[in-house]
Write a protein that binds this ligand. Structure first.
Ligand SMILES: C[S@@+](CC[C@H](N)C(=O)[O-])C[C@H]1O[C@@H](n2cnc3c(N)ncnc32)[C@H](O)[C@@H]1O
Length: 264
């Protein structure tokens, strides 16, 4: 599957995704994934940044509220329309455009930093997207991005549960079987039945890469890998969202903080 075809699926997901995420049903994102991302993020106050694969802009707005000047891109025009409408209502100085992560419409060495929240595992050529992020960064700038964890977001995954229904292990398989855009269908689990009926489920093309491929792509793009993080919900978050219990058993997300070396 090519990038435009994958982007078309995301464009069709945008209405439901925006409505459900804004109603608070993306509990993995809001409960621990985004908070952990911001804990890892270097100070961005006064810096200029690009957010790649911004979706409806929730995380872009958080970056702007941390004092950065943001440009943001997404391949899906429907997501950009929602993000722009929010910017028009409550301006944070964010400039949105429709563009692919693999071909950023920006000059070389334009930004102090780049971010990408949960996007790069959704595109056919993340290696090219990493090279593009490297190109638009100033020397010494950083890229921080999150993806689904390649070791646990595998073609086969099954939660193994005890008598109380709690996950005690996760069975995985097919780690080395590349899926090349095979479409997975799902929605936010904790959305109530009537909303699940109102909105069709998401159709998400899968382009699974191994951990070796991710780290090789980061290094081959020219980055120095500074930190990784595997966020999980603490007990306080679990008390609020008990259905996140399995996310304490294995990590579902992986964060990378990468630096473009100074002086090149
Ligand atoms: C899981 S959503 C994450 C959205 C947002 N970053 C967030 O954290 O809420 C993945 C996003 O990647 C975008 N996307 C998919 N392929 C892309 C590409 N080639 N270039 C830019 N964005 C892309 C989708 O349209 C979607 O908005």
């Amino acid at each position: 599957m090519n990038e435009q075809e994958a982007g078309q699926h995301w464009n069709e997901n945008a209405e439901a995704w925006t409505a459900l995420a804004r109603a608070g049903f993306d509990i993995h994102r809001d409960g621990y994934n985004t908070p952990a991302f911001f804990k890892l993020l270097p100070n961005i106050k006064g810096l200029s940044g690009i957010d790649i694969g911004c979706g409806e802009g929730a995380n872009t707005r958080l970056l702007a509220k941390n004092g950065a000047t943001l440009q943001a891109v997404d391949i899906a025009e429907n997501f950009i329309a929602h993000a722009q409408a929010t910017e028009d209502k409550e301006p944070l100085g964010i400039t949105y455009s429709i563009a692919s992560a693999a071909k950023l419409p920006f000059n070389n060495q334009q930004f102090d930093f780049a971010t990408s929240f949960m996007c790069l595992m959704d595109i056919p050529h993340p290696e090219q997207a990493l090279k593009e992020a490297f190109r638009v960064l100033k020397p010494g700038g950083f890229l921080q991005f999150s993806i689904t964890h390649p070791c646990f977001d595998t073609p086969h995954r099954k939660n193994l549960r005890n008598a109380a229904g709690e996950t005690y292990a996760v069975e995985i398989g097919g780690y080395f079987n590349y899926q090349n855009g095979k479409v997975a269908e799902w929605t936010f689990n904790n959305a109530p039945g009537e909303l699940k009926e109102k909105f069709s489920s998401f159709k998400v093309p899968m382009f699974n890469r191994t951990l070796t491929q991710w780290i090789s792509a980061i290094v081959d793009a020219g980055f120095v890998l500074e930190r990784i993080n595997e966020p999980y919900p603490d007990n306080e978050v679990l008390a609020k969202h008990p259905s996140l219990q399995d996310a304490q058993v294995v990590p579902y997300f992986l964060h990378f903080l990468c630096r473009k070396p100074a002086g090149i």
